[in-house]
Design a protein around this ligand. Structure first.
Ligand code: UDX
Length: 450
């Protein structure tokens, strides 16, 4: 089997490389020549654990190719994945111009039957637009070539994408013909060996599944953040409540960790897009609107705690920040809560020194020279009035509190991810503030801003 993957962003690169890993001949295509040149040498545009080695290995084995030529790569491909970006427009809806341009390119160049699969997260109805685009392009060149479209949403978590791809909980494929179903089943066969299901359905349902999955997960997070804020006010401990509810199998213990709001490339964008699509079709997604507003609010919670501790005049305070990426094991800064928190600190007249194990280079694109970047986690603490833990990188979990206390000007920690034990922190002489637990050093908060 031969496949083409158009778009070497996060999704395209992981998809193409993992298919090559199981022996399929894959060409990854991008219009960015520099990106392609780099990829040929094993230089990746993103950080994802294990991916660089996997790319290098499969390029060397001759199964993974990189090209800027859609025309050449598409000609004899059995399956073509469209994995280009769908940036949110100003109104929150997904911009399909790149997806449709690729569809047109495929129609202009395909030579024989193929299945054209949308892998980018696209609104319900997009596969039909892709079909139309290809049909028009084929008609223009007078070509009579049979093809199918399919929708195959991805559920990859950044930082764990390879594992998610190789051992998926499920594979969802929307198809409109038996022939396409057969091709897709054959393609995914190597990933189904451990009994992971492949679920075939109609195309609109597959498209909707992706939005419903991400929206449900975002809902869990906002719900827990709401409960956490209430726990604090009422003197309950959200960590205990989390364990208490999570052991009910209907609720489950995953994805119920309170924090400083969800970020990343998917949740904020997909929640917004679904609200928008629904509104365009005359329906109001009331739960999701609340999910979004709780999340916006939650990004300010850590800053409010800083203000409550030090008073509203923060001018001249020096703050250390551990973690910049929106979550651990990625350098992705898209919609990272750290950006909101740091902006607020800087606006209030603070100076900030940050450390992140991998995201500092990426962070400079948005934060530039407005903050200082520390060479390691401990040196970030020197002379700081407080430490803010923003991303729960494993290396932040068991620091030497004595050394930390000596480096900091004041023993004050604001933990946005609840990675420390409140009692232990108190014993080590820290004023410790976290999410959803009323610790000794603080009054119950009122987080409500709206
Ligand atoms: C998500 C989905 O999990 C994935 O299936 C989809 O394909 C893309 O979007 P990702 O964006 O990589 O993946 O991150 P994820 O690990 O899901 O975390 C998203 C955000 O939620 C992060 O900001 C994280 O910090 C936050 N989160 C997650 C919480 O605040 N609490 C939790 O319990 C879990």
């Amino acid at each position: 089997m031969k496949i083409a993957v158009v778009g070497t962003g996060y999704v395209g690169l992981v998809t193409g490389t993992c298919f090559a890993e199981v022996g399929i001949d894959v060409t990854c295509i991008d219009i960015d020549q520099r990106k392609i040149d780099n990829l040929k040498q094993g230089i990746l545009p993103i950080y994802e654990p294990g991916l660089e080695e996997m790319v290098t290995r499969n390029v060397a084995a001759g199964r993974l190719h990189f090209s800027t030529s859609l025309a050449e790569s598409i000609r004899d491909a059995d399956v073509a994945f469209i994995a280009v970006g769908t940036p949110p427009g100003e109104d929150g809806s997904a911009d399909l111009k790149y997806v449709l341009a690729v569809a047109r390119g495929i129609g202009e160049n395909m030579n024989s039957y193929g299945v054209i699969v949308t892998k980018s997260t696209v609104p319900v109805g997009t596969a039909a637009k892709v079909r139309k685009e290809i049909e028009d392009a084929l008609a223009k060149r007078g070509a009579d070539i049979d093809f199918d479209v399919a929708s195959n949403p991805e559920f990859l978590k950044e930082g764990a994408a390879i594992d998610d791809f190789l051992k998926p909980d499920r594979i969802v494929v929307g198809v409109a013909s038996e022939r396409a179903e057969e091709v897709m089943r054959r393609l995914y066969k190597p990933f189904l060996l451990n009994g992971h299901p492949i679920i075939f359905m109609d195309i609109p349902s597959a498209e909707m599944t992706k939005y419903a999955a991400n929206s449900m997960l975002a809902t869990k997070i906002s719900f827990m953040n709401d409960i956490a804020n209430l726990c604090e006010i009422m003197g309950a401990d959200v960590n205990k409540v989390r364990l208490g509810i999570g052991s009910d199998a209907r609720i489950g213990n995953k994805f119920i960790y309170p924090g400083i709001g969800y970020g990343g490339s998917c949740f904020p964008k997909d929640v917004k897009a679904l609200i928008k699509t629904a509104a365009e079709n005359g329906y109001q997604m009331q739960v999701l609107k609340a999910v979004e507003s709780v999340n916006e609010n939650q990004k300010s919670v850590l800053f409010s705690k800083v203000q409550q501790h030090f008073g509203s005049d923060l001018a001249g305070k020096h703050i250390a920040v551990w973690g910049l990426s929106f979550k651990p094991k990625t350098d992705d800064m898209r919609e990272a809560p750290s950006l909101v928190i740091i902006d607020k600190l800087l606006d209030a007249g603070c100076t900030v020194t940050a450390y992140d194990p991998v995201a500092m280079k990426e962070a400079q694109h948005s934060l530039g020279e407005r903050i200082t970047y520390a060479k390691d986690q401990l040196s970030a603490l020197i002379d700081a009035d407080a430490l803010l833990v923003v991303t729960e990188w494993p290396e932040f979990r068991s620091p030497n509190f004595e050394v930390m206390g000596r480096l900091l000007k004041q023993r004050v920690v604001f933990d946005g991810r609840n990675i420390y034990d409140a009692d232990e922190m108190e014993k080590a002489g820290f004023a410790y503030h976290c999410i959803g637990i009323r610790t000794k050093h603080r009054e119950p908060a009122s987080h409500q801003t709206a």
